[in-house]
Design a protein around this ligand. Structure first.
Ligand SMILES: [Zn+2]
Ligand SMILES: [Zn+2]
Length: 209
């Protein structure tokens, strides 16, 4: 011990190790060894270390946030480059993520996406007309049971399918064929199959439940 006083000794050791680090920090042998021993130490003291850093983060929350912002401003170019490098080296995973995002009903609606959405709608709400049982997809429409369809379309434009899927509410929406949908629209919300079935020119062609 260069000093008999342990406190003084501690300070001296700190100064010496700082000096050593300053002169050796570019030596790969030294930095690798330092990394390894630090990692070993961390693994042996993991819980205690995590607790300590959690406490530190909580205590200095605001200070750390300010420092992080300053760092972001000072290193703008570096961060930009790092992001670009990341994008270039993770092309495939990003693509896969985007695909998932795309099929998870986010972003603008395309023709292709509409087809996927419709499959999901048919899965959730039933794959045939709620009135007459028509099961040709080309006839399928979404009916707003309590009205408000035109308002919905105005507000959300092409996003209507996404809302229908996300809400998954059978008391609000149902799949209805064009025929029944339009019929109901002109008949106070009830399909003429249900109210006009006795007025057929030639009865018993189609029977709704
Ligand atoms: Zn129908
Ligand atoms: Zn009908």
């Amino acid at each position: 011990m260069p000093y008999k006083d342990p406190e003084k000794n501690k300070v001296a050791m700190k100064v010496a190790s700082k000096k050593y680090y300053a002169t050796h920090k570019d030596d790969p042998d030294f930095t690798n060894h330092r990394k390894e021993t630090r990692r070993e130490w961390y693994l042996a003291h993991r819980e205690q270390e995590n607790e300590r850093s959690q406490l530190y983060n909580e205590t200095y929350k605001e200070k750390l946030a300010v420092r992080r912002r300053e760092y972001d401003i000072d290193n703008k170019e570096y961060i930009k480059q790092r992001t670009l490098n990341y994008l270039a080296s993770h092309k495939d995973t990003i693509k896969a993520k985007r695909h998932k995002y795309w099929t998870d009903y986010k972003g603008p609606l395309t023709k292709q996406k509409r087809a996927i959405f419709w499959l999901r709608v048919l899965e959730l709400y039933g794959d045939r007309c709620s009135c007459c049982g028509e099961d040709l997809r080309a006839f399928g429409t979404i009916e707003h049971i309590n009205g408000g369809g035109s308002e919905h379309r105005k507000k959300n434009n092409l996003r209507i399918l996404r809302d229908v899927i996300e809400e998954n509410d059978k008391s609000k929406y149902r799949v209805t064929c064009w025929n029944c949908h339009l019929g109901a629209h002109h008949n106070g919300g009830i399909c003429p199959h249900k109210t006009h079935s006795t007025l057929r020119v030639k009865p018993k062609v189609v029977q709704c439940e």
